[in-house]
Design a protein around this ligand. Structure first.
Ligand SMILES: [Mg+2]
Length: 400
């Protein structure tokens, strides 16, 4: 089977400051509050805690915000888990905006143990049913501007609708189960590790299947997948540039290499399905002609091929020609894709990824990013703390 491999030098270097902000208001209900405690335990358990590793802080709020523990308070997992289990439900009002201000001022500061000065990723995980009695927009914005990546976990069945008013589009995509939070938080911490600390740059082309076998939801998942990279990679003329090509019966260059994150996002969201056949070989041959021009920049070049099924034309020659130009190919397949073919495209099983459905693309983004960031430690100020402008804002997730 094909699975993503994370470079070991990154694997042992998870570092991050993670603050949970827990809605403890009356609308949550005591039953859900207990579920939240279980959820917190599950998020915390996979991480190594310590002053050189992951630090957790936690505040809960209702009418007022209550300091439970700061980032600097605990250096072992047992103490954190015990404290979480002892959380006492507050009930009363829901002043989420005030609580967001509170953690910005009292948690994400060096006096409270924040390692922001050492470029450690600053992460907040807000857990709420979404119904705030004060305004959240400005406090959320200010928290993000402070360099904090804000995740948002919804509690209760009405949370999705409410969260959408907090979250930026296309956040509805991110309403999902809690295991994704662990994965996302882990990705943030992973990519800040020292192995990925040197910034150079990269040129990345995405080649997307938009043929008849791709549904509207598949397209949306692919779009979100590409956009998710913008959160982790520094985009700019001296850093990462991205371009997009689509293919069906014939390939189309949708956007040449772009140097602006907003521009990339816009171009990706404008992509449409074309239907018809899917000739990936033809598309690779097209790129082979077009990608020579990017060689003027002395940076690693990547081509990420995303396909929704088997290749039906000859692709081996064109794929090999691209690899001979020192372009690293990553092949991602979904649905009825053929794993052998995918590896024949990428040339290396480590650069091959398979998902059953496109909605699982997110689960492989960590592996794909590791391939882009980690080879020989060449690239990757994937450091979130350094790239505050890349943080697209609040992401919404919902507890099951
Ligand atoms: Mg409430």
């Amino acid at each position: 089977t094909i699975k993503s491999q994370i470079f070991t030098e990154c694997e042992n270097a998870l570092v991050g400051d993670i603050v949970f902000l827990v809605d403890s208001s009356g609308s949550i209900g005591s039953k859900n509050f207990e579920l939240v405690k279980t959820f917190l335990g599950n998020v915390i358990k996979p991480f190594d805690i310590g002053p050189k590793k992951i630090q957790f802080g936690l505040a809960q709020y209702s009418t007022e915000t209550r300091k439970e523990f700061l980032l600097k308070d605990f250096a072992d997992q047992e103490s954190v888990l015990t404290k979480v289990q002892q959380l006492h439900y507050l009930q009363k009002n829901t002043r989420t905006g005030e609580a967001l201000d509170f953690i910005r001022k009292d948690y994400f500061v060096e006096a409270a143990g924040s390692r922001v000065g050492e470029l450690v990723p600053q992460i907040a995980v807000l857990i709420t049913d979404g119904e705030s009695s004060d305004s959240v927009e400005t406090p959320a914005q200010q928290l993000r501007d402070h360099g904090v990546l804000v995740f948002c976990v919804g509690v209760g069945k009405d949370a999705q609708k409410q969260l959408k008013t907090i979250a930026n589009p296309p956040q509805d995509h991110y309403i999902t189960e809690c295991s994704k939070v662990i994965n996302d938080v882990r990705t943030c911490c992973l990519l800040s590790s020292s192995a990925c600390a040197e910034t150079r740059g990269a040129d990345i082309f995405f080649l997307l299947d938009v043929s008849g076998r791709i549904g509207q939801l598949d397209l949306r998942d692919m779009q979100n997948f590409i956009i998710s990279f913008l959160r982790f990679l520094p985009i700019g003329p001296d850093h990462v540039r991205m371009g997009v090509v689509t293919y069906s019966h014939s390939p189309s260059l949708r956007s040449g290499l772009m140097e602006d994150a907003d521009e990339i996002k816009e171009a990706v969201l404008a992509l449409q399905r074309e239907g018809g056949a899917a000739y990936v070989g033809k598309a690779l041959a097209f790129l082979n002609q077009g990608m020579g021009e990017t060689a003027e920049r002395q940076v690693p070049r990547f081509l990420v091929v995303i396909s929704g099924g088997e290749a039906t034309d000859d692709f081996k020659g064109p794929a090999e020609a691209l690899r001979r130009k020192d372009i690293t190919l990553l092949a991602i397949g979904a649905k009825k894709s053929n794993e052998t073919q995918l590896t024949e495209i990428s040339g290396d099983s480590r650069q091959t990824f398979y998902v059953n459905h496109f909605d699982a693309l997110e689960s492989i983004s960590e592996g794909v990013l590791a391939e882009i960031c980690a080879p020989e430690g060449e690239f990757g100020s994937c450091i979130l703390a350094r790239n505050q402008n890349l943080m697209f804002g609040v992401r919404g997730l919902t507890l099951p």
